[in-house]
Design a protein around this ligand. Structure first.
Ligand code: ZN
Length: 442
């Protein structure tokens, strides 16, 4: 009987012009969802800046167009819920991930990549670049973030960068320009790090969007409230006729070998993409009662998660300490938001020995990256003027007006796995427990 209905269903699907796979699967685009209205491709040559709060060069959004961005992740609870909310509405976003977080939660950042979202970076440990004691320290924070996220994703990422606390420096802006990495500020800051109800957060984001009419929205995929507000925000965006624009990169980001090598020590034990084995295939309960994963998966994220440093974005209330190149255990407890569980047992302090010294790294400028012929001009107020020869049309190109194309900066299918056997890696439950301990004590 069931078979007969299945055959009838397939026949109906074929006759009505719907492919069997689309009929059988709940895939995007899907009727009734918000969807992606336009996919744009960004030529990051010369490090163009986006987001009118700081970089006023390229105002590529049309009226009612919205770009969704999420900083500071990945983090298990919030990122997974954010991914679900985005998938439910068939929309794509850009994630500015932190290197340490990505190596702490590689399986989550790989889910982000697999879902077709664009992944940019947001430094190694969320240290303020402007507070770096030397240019090399700031550069290492940027590059280690890039190599860390790249290693965790296990495939290409986009040459998109957002400064922690949205504070840049002229030196760093010029450096990113030479590296052909685009910089993103924001148009609409959700202020989702501030304690507030889910309803208040959703209403305030939608109100700001309505007032401005369009824009790049900054949120954080580390807060439970953000994940809970997102479905409400997306429903409102849909109801009010706003449209989602998906950002992709024309070419993937080129990492620097010296930082890849340093990061490999941090990533010790992390299997390459495709080499992972599900825990159930590695560890099997053969006697006694099997423990449930619930302890790790159902532990609800407490509301009191540490706020990211974005709260200092406009008016730092307390001076931030100048950061060393690698966090110390003491610093870990002082700024827990930037301290996900380490991906390896190597102590953070050890990493400093891998840091390039000024002279050594100065000669190791990005050889792979083509030097742009024209660099953006950083002004004293932090804004970036476009090189004279570049127009918005030459930097931002619509590659899809209605459906979706595969983002060039983020592969739908991660790079082919190497055939090395999976090295021991901490289980999800272990890391969840460590995170808890790190943030909330025993
Ligand atoms: Zn941040």
């Amino acid at each position: 009987m069931a078979l007969r209905w299945l055959v009838r269903g397939c026949l109906f699907a074929l006759l009505s012009g719907v492919s069997a796979s689309a009929w059988a699967q709940d895939t995007c685009p899907k009727a009734g969802t918000l969807g992606v209205s336009r996919t744009v491709e960004i030529d990051t040559t010369g490090g163009p800046g986006f987001g009118m709060e700081h970089y006023k060069a390229y105002d590529f959004l049309q009226d009612k167009e919205v770009v969704l961005t999420f900083d500071d992740g990945p983090q298990k609870y919030a990122t997974e819920a954010v991914l679900k909310a985005l998938a439910d509405e068939c929309v794509k976003a850009t994630f500015f991930s932190i290197g340490k977080m990505a190596l702490g939660y590689p399986e989550i950042i790989r889910e982000v990549a697999k879902a077709g979202h664009t992944i940019g970076t947001h430094t190694w440990s969320h240290k303020a670049i402007a507070k770096a004691k030397t240019f090399e320290e700031g550069r290492a924070e940027i590059e280690r973030g890039i190599s860390g996220v790249h290693r965790a994703v296990g495939g290409p990422i986009a040459p998109f960068f957002r400064f922690p606390t949205l504070v840049d420096t002229q030196e760093a802006v010029a450096y990113l320009g030479k590296r052909n990495i685009a910089m993103f500020s924001t148009d609409i800051d959700s202020n989702d790090y501030r304690p507030q109800t889910v309803d208040h957060l959703a209403k305030s984001v939608v109100a700001k969007l309505e007032k401005r009419g369009k824009g790049i929205i900054l949120m954080h995929d580390i807060h439970k409230r953000t994940a809970q507000a997102l479905p409400i925000i997306l429903a409102q965006i849909k109801a009010k006729g706003f449209k989602i624009v998906h950002l992709t990169a024309k070419a993937p980001l080129v990492t620097l070998a010296e930082f890849d090598e340093a990061i490999e020590k941090e990533a010790k034990g992390l299997p390459q993409v495709g080499a992972e084995r599900p825990m159930s295939s590695v560890v099997k309960t053969v006697g006694g009662a099997a423990p449930s994963d619930a302890a790790a998966n159902d532990a609800s994220e407490p509301e009191g998660l540490p706020a990211p440093a974005e709260e200092n974005a406009h008016a730092p209330t307390t001076p931030l300490p100048a950061f060393p190149s690698a966090s110390t255990p003491a610093e870990k407890s002082a700024s827990p938001e930037a301290s996900p569980p380490a991906a390896s047992s190597a102590t953070p302090g050890k990493q400093s020995s891998n840091e390039p010294s000024g002279a050594a790294s100065a000669s190791a400028q990005p050889a792979q990256a083509a030097q742009p012929s024209a660099l953006p001009v950083a002004s004293s107020d932090g804004t970036t003027a476009p090189p004279p020869s570049m127009t918005t049309a030459s930097v931002v190109r619509t590659v899809s007006g209605n459906g979706e194309t595969e983002p060039s900066g983020t592969p739908a299918e991660p790079a082919a796995a190497k055939s090395e056997p999976p090295a021991p890696h901490k289980s999800l439950m272990e890391r969840a427990k460590e995170t808890w301990k790190l943030w909330f004590g025993e």
